[in-house]
Design a protein around this ligand. Structure first.
Ligand code: SF4
Length: 67
């Protein structure tokens, strides 16, 4: 299992995360800041979530491996 956390203060609204994993991330309509839809995404989404975290230009996504 993985846990996902986002730091709205770091997010610059680039939207890369939404492109990679639209079931896990969304963006606020007014300013584009990230919205976390699913903090514990299912197995089939893990690769996309890791890709989103590694490509976020603001390093605003943290992925924690849970035992
Ligand atoms: S990729 Fe990073 S900076 Fe861009 S919207 Fe997502 S969390 Fe924010």
């Amino acid at each position: 299992m993985i846990s996902v956390a986002v730091d709205e203060g770091k997010c610059c609204g680039a939207g890369t995360c939404v492109m990679h994993a639209p079931d896990v991330f969304d963006q606020r309509d007014d300013d584009g800041i990230v919205i976390l839809l699913d903090a514990q995404p299912s197995q089939e989404l893990h690769a996309a979530v890791r890709e989103a975290a590694s490509t976020c230009p603001a390093l605003a996504i943290a992925v924690t491996e849970e035992p």
